[in-house]
Design a protein around this ligand. Structure first.
Ligand code: FAD
Length: 314
């Protein structure tokens, strides 16, 4: 199908340095970027959080960056998260996890040639300490399937000291139902998403319908379990099913939450929050928006055309 081809091409381009520099330098693309990424600085991130809080939405903040190959860059990422958490606390936005942070281990040095996992774990620990001080939590984003086991191992280590660290699982991976069973335990925060990377058929469902069916199977396990499910999707059908399952298991609103990305279905975000359910918005910020934005484009061919046109015609 044409949209599958486009999706594959965009996910391929998300790893291209040449296209990345060209697009990052195009000043015209800023308008389109701004819809999904509210700004580049900690102050921008705090302001976006305050605006969401005004309509009762919760936040999880992501300092953009991935696949770091230099230790100094990984340390800079740690510093930015610590500064962000301190700023959220000063603005009274972080208590009771009203605003938390999402981390990518690859931005914290997971791919460094020597001791990558240990370096990422050490830096993540420092961020967890800052989060604890700010009265909030941390969630470990999940990246491509070659890192799943390593990321779950780091999660396990972090949870020994910080039991509130959240996990992410992706329903497109065939292994995920088993991971949900392992993770659906008391106190365990688990974000369920469909998955955003290009993955081979050996490990991942390729058909959208199969990814959705897997999502429902995983939801059933998480909602029936003792943990705190975080339903990360913009898909109206899956949101409805999540609500029905929560009702079936007599879950109260504070025992689970919905999550969506900044700039996507904002009216629906507000409706869900107005109903009294917890709605958390994932807010990315920083200069390194290229990979993030290309994954969003791969999900919405219509947006891609809009974006491409803005590059050419302005
Ligand atoms: P899709 O199948 O993409 O969309 C389903 C329906 O949602 C569409 O038919 C449409 O009705 C609606 N919709 C979707 N996009 C739009 C739009 N732009 N405008 C209007 N309607 C729209 N992925 C990872 O791999 N690792 C992570 O750690 C991770 N963290 C995430 C955290 C959060 C909070 C969220 C929301 C997503 C995260 N993702 C992550 C991305 C996720 O895996 C999906 O790629 C992404 O959410 C798109 O899937 P979807 O469930 O929204 O369904």
């Amino acid at each position: 199908e044409a949209s599958d081809l486009l999706r594959g091409a965009l996910l391929g381009l998300s790893k291209s340095d040449l296209v990345r520099t060209t697009i990052e330098k195009a000043p015209v693309s800023r308008d389109v970027v701004a819809r999904y990424v509210p700004g580049t600085t900690v102050a921008d991130a705090v302001q976006a959080t305050a605006e969401l809080r005004a309509t009762n939405r919760l936040a999880t903040l992501d300092y953009l960056g991935e696949d770091t190959t230099e230790r100094a860059q990984a340390e800079h990422t740690r510093d930015t998260y610590v500064a962000l958490l301190d700023a959220l606390a000063r603005a009274d936005l972080s208590q009771y996890a009203a605003a938390e942070v999402s981390l990518k281990l690859s931005a914290l040095g997971q791919y460094l040639p020597k001791d990558g996992d240990a370096i990422a774990l050490g830096l993540a620990r420092e961020i967890c300490t800052a989060a604890e001080r700010a009265g909030t939590t941390v969630t470990l984003d999940m990246e491509d399937h070659t890192t799943t086991d390593r990321t779950l191992a780091v999660l396990h280590e972090l949870r020994a000291d910080f039991p509130w660290v959240g996990a992410v699982v992706q329903s497109y991976l065939k292994r995920t139902l088993g991971d949900c069973r392992d993770l659906a335990v008391a106190g365990s925060r688990v974000r369920l998403c469909k998955g955003a990377y290009k993955e081979p058929a050996s490990v991942a469902y390729q058909d959208k319908a199969d990814v959705d069916l897997s999502y429902v199977r995983c939801l059933k396990v998480l909602m029936a379990g003792e943990g705190h499910p975080m339903v990360a999707s913009h898909d109206p059908r899956l949101i409805e099913i999540a609500q029905a399952l929560a009702a079936h298991h007599e879950r109260t609103p504070e025992t689970y939450e919905f999550q969506m990305l900044y700039g996507i279905r904002p009216d629906e975000q507000k409706r869900i929050a107005d109903r009294g359910a917890q709605m958390r918005v994932y807010i990315p910020f920083g200069d390194e928006w290229y990979g993030y934005l290309m994954r969003r484009m791969a999900e919405r061919p219509a947006n891609t055309m809009f974006f491409m046109r803005s590059l050419i015609t302005k």
